[in-house]
Write a protein that binds this ligand. Structure first.
Ligand SMILES: CC(C)(COP(=O)(O)OP(=O)(O)OC[C@H]1O[C@@H](n2cnc3c(N)ncnc32)[C@H](O)[C@@H]1OP(=O)(O)O)[C@@H](O)C(=O)NCCC(=O)NCCS
Length: 136
C-alpha cells in the first residue's frame, strides 16, 4: 500500500507508518482514492460516511488529502476531489466536509468548498477550518 508512506511524508512529517493509519481506514463503505503517475501513487485522499456534527444527514468526511511535493500544482488533488464528487453524488451523498488546514484553504475553495467554522488548532499540525461542499 502506497497511501501510508505518502500520508507520512506529506501530512505527518515522516511519522512512522503505523501511526499514520486512521481508525476509519477500513470502515464499511469508505474508500481511498489515489492518482497514479506511472507506477507511483502521487496524490491520495480518503472518504467515509460521517455527518458533520451540526449539519444534515448524508455527510461524507474527507481525510488525508495529500499530493507528493514533486507533483503539486498539476491538478492531481483536484482530479481526486472531482472523482469523489461524481461518485458520492451517484450514491446520493448530501455533502463532503473536512478539517482543512489553513494553508490548504485556497485549494478547497477552488473546488467549491466553503468555510463553516471558526479557526481551530490541531496540536502538532496547526490552524484549521471546517469546510464543506454541498452536492447537488
Ligand atoms: C493542498 C494539496 C492537497 C493540493 O494538491 P495539488 O494536487 O497540488 O492541487 P491541484 O494541482 O489539483 O490544485 C487545484 C487548484 O487549487 C490551487 N491550489 C492548490 N493548492 C493550493 C493552496 N495551498 N492554496 C491555494 N490554492 C491552491 C491550484 O493552484 C489549482 O488552481 P487552478 O485550478 O486555478 O490551477 C497539496 O498541495 C498538499 O498535499 N499539500 C500539503 C498537505 C495538505 O495541506 N493537505 C491538505 C490537508 S487538509
Amino acid at each position: 500500500m502506497q497511501t501510508l508512506p505518502l500520508r507520512s511524508k506529506v501530512l505527518r512529517n515522516g511519522l512512522e507508518l503505523e501511526k499514520c493509519i486512521f481508525p476509519t481506514d477500513d470502515i464499511e463503505d469508505g474508500f481511498h482514492l489515489g492518482f497514479s503517475s506511472g507506477d507511483k501513487i502521487t496524490s491520495i485522499a480518503t472518504f467515509f460516511w460521517e455527518d458533520y456534527p451540526d449539519d444534515a444527514v448524508g455527510g461524507v468526511r474527507l481525510r488525508g488529502m495529500a499530493t507528493h511535493p514533486d507533483h503539486t500544482g498539476k491538478g492531481q488533488g483536484a482530479a481526486i476531489i472531482k472523482f469523489a464528487v461524481n461518485e458520492l453524488s451517484s450514491q446520493n451523498a448530501s455533502y463532503i466536509w473536512c478539517n482543512a488546514r489553513k494553508i490548504a484553504m485556497g485549494f478547497y475553495k477552488k473546488l467549491g468548498f466553503e468555510v463553516i467554522s471558526d479557526e481551530f488548532d490541531i496540536p502538532g499540525i496547526g490552524p484549521h477550518f471546517n469546510m464543506i461542499k454541498t452536492l447537488t
